[in-house]
Design a protein around this ligand. Structure first.
Ligand SMILES: [Zn+2]
Length: 143
């Protein structure tokens, strides 16, 4: 059976969804949870202690990236020019511009396809699944 491990990272961030038909078109924020599931690039490869990798390594990688780029920042779509300009007019600002609306789905896909591979490749690991939780009741997953 394939082995994998999961690390959960909590962070706070703001966003808005351009073109949303309801309240998510407003600037607002969430206490997000990102869950990263990782497997060895070579199936079922464990180290001498029986680990895929120590959980602290995943914390360092993923929390490091999230803290630097998303935590207490604001995520916006590049096409949302008015919002991007508004954020840039405020100092200090922490803005992460995406090439798609910052939905949970697009955030998970961005982490899965763009961010995780270069973080994990050097360690002989691959990303299996990324889940973004906006609340206890809502999440999006990319596998
Ligand atoms: Zn939201």
């Amino acid at each position: 059976m394939p082995l994998s491990i999961t690390r959960r990272i909590h962070f706070c961030a703001g966003h808005r969804l351009l073109g949303h038909e309801g309240k998510c078109a407003q600037f607002h924020g969430h206490s997000f949870v990102a869950e990263f599931t990782v497997a060895p690039a070579e199936p079922d490869t464990l180290d001498d202690l029986g680990r895929i990798v120590d959980f602290s390594v995943l914390k360092q990688l993923f929390k490091g990236w999230i803290d630097e780029h998303w935590d207490h920042g604001f995520l916006l779509w590049s096409e949302d020019t008015a919002a991007v300009e508004a954020l840039r007019s405020v100092e200090p600002h922490k803005l992460y511009v995406m090439d798609a609306n910052p939905t949970s789905e697009n955030m998970a896909a961005h982490l899965f396809h763009e961010i995780c591979p270069p973080l994990l490749d050097p360690l002989g690991l691959r990303i299996v699944r990324v889940t973004i939780r906006e609340s206890d009741d809502t999440s999006a997953t990319v596998e």
